[in-house]
Design a protein around this ligand. Sequence first.
Ligand code: SF4
Length: 508
Amino acid sequence: MATIRQQDFIDSIAAALQFISYYHPADYVKSVAAAYQVEQSPAARDAMAQILTNSRMCAQGHRPICQDTGIVVAFVRVGMDARWDGATMSVTDMVNAGVRKAYLDPDNVLRASIVSDPVGKRRNTGDNTPAVVHFEVVPGDRVGVRIAAKGGGSENKSRFAMLNPNDDVVEWVVGQLPGMGAGWCPPGQLGIGIGGTAEKAMLLAKEALMLPINMHELKARGAQNRIEELRIEIYDKVNALGIGAQGLGGLTTVLDVNILDYPTHAASKPVAIIPNCVATRHIDFELDGSGVAQFTPPRLEDYPDVHWKPAPDARRVNLDGLTRADIAQWQPGETLLLSGKLLTGRDAAHKRIIDMLAKGEGLPPGVDFTNRFIYYVGPVDPVRDEVVGPAGPTTGTRMDKYTETMLAQTGLIGMIGKAERGKAAIESIKQHGAVYLIAIGGAAYLVAQAIRSAKVIAFAELGMEAIYEFEVENMPVTVAVDARGRSVHEIGPAEWRKRIGMIPVMAV
Ligand code: SF4
């Protein structure tokens, strides 16, 4: 009979979360590398080069793959014969103690992203607790844990439907993808749950994301059951949409489609989709009473030989002294290397600014957006000699409702985020002769190398949501919406969908 010590369990949770914050699963890296090799869209290829380079840098530097270090989700399997030695905490409290230890680790501090009172004050809990914990009591004397740190951008694009029994699951799933946009940071994986009840289908979709990425092997041996047929059919049809890496248009949107099913009511066909993003982070371990779980790091030589460098013809932009006339020359899809000063702000800072402007209070002292750019980012705190931790972009679409006011009332001329913008925001960008740029979601450590200094200038109490001033040097971005309102997220996928109609769908 295995006897599990409370501290071993806590330390194992913490070690697992640290491990997955900087080591991608090997199957994810292998799959992106294969997609990179066959990609024909230059923009998508460049995005994947950044993702692969970032992945290796994080493995070397032991710093997070993405600035959003996720919400912790744990599936705990407790053996009916396992004993807990002198435990004083519930297993859920032990998981949370492990989360706290991992996220506050001074050697690799992770970003605290969890807020309590979600419909009220949305106050950051400060240590990324609580986790979402699911339990199963199983035969045996071991305790198994499958743990993930799930990114908010990809979780936000989850979908659910109660289909009629004879409705076509493939048609519904493929029909969801264009509306999910690029905010889930493709290329990634789709977890699909089919059957059970509403909540069971969602849970199956989340568990499906923990399955291996092995579409290559599946296609090579051929489908052997209905679920495998569905996986291949959805995979091919989604990739034929041409959405591509980061929604820039290209051959690979999904690396795999994993499906779990469960018996359901004769009147129902519940279907859930949860996408997983570039920051694919999950691992399994089992405790047998012999101590803390051990994790084997990947070998650096197993990473693909891809080392992103800015294209020699990229336009170099000095952010200090830019005018609307300068930015009017930029073309959608063009790569820029930004140098100079920019301000940051995301959801909470935008809400405060808009509220202050509505009350006639003006901007906070020291904040001046005249002819400046705002970067939608909530960085990880720095460690050692860093000026800032990983600092990749967050989803621009969430700032759409603030965009007209920001452009009309603050003198702002540009925004940097990730993913597409909505119709109204694009119209505002066009009317004000502004631009929207994107950085690569999930390449946060690479992007942070361009940041030379960082200081908080307003709303310090908002933590990672404060307004910072960054000084950047050669920060790589792509023009996503130009001053005429042309969007690369419309042009790119439309072009690649047409081309894929003419060329064979990618064979991994
Ligand atoms: S890769 Fe994108 S969706 Fe995933 S955690 Fe990072 S920013 Fe969020």
